[in-house]
Design a protein around this ligand. Structure first.
Ligand SMILES: [Zn+2]
Length: 65
């Protein structure tokens, strides 16, 4: 229960629009048909996304509900 959730980060330092990814993607979880946000670079919806982030690679994770 000591996972540090990566949330609440603010998009700062730049006013450029976030990079977009493919539109109309769906969750990679079998049976899940949740459409992913085009700003979500992950392959899973928020319900199925892994909770461990190996590395952020300098990117800021922008949460987009
Ligand atoms: Zn899902």
């Amino acid at each position: 229960m000591s996972e540090t959730a990566v949330k609440g980060q603010r998009f700062t330092g730049s006013t450029r629009p976030p990079k977009t990814y493919e539109k109309k993607r769906v969750c990679a979880q079998k049976g899940c048909t949740t459409t992913l946000s085009q700003y979500n670079r992950r392959d899973w919806c928020y319900a199925h996304a892994p909770t461990k982030y190996p590395r952020l690679r300098g990117r800021i994770v922008k949460h987009d509900d």
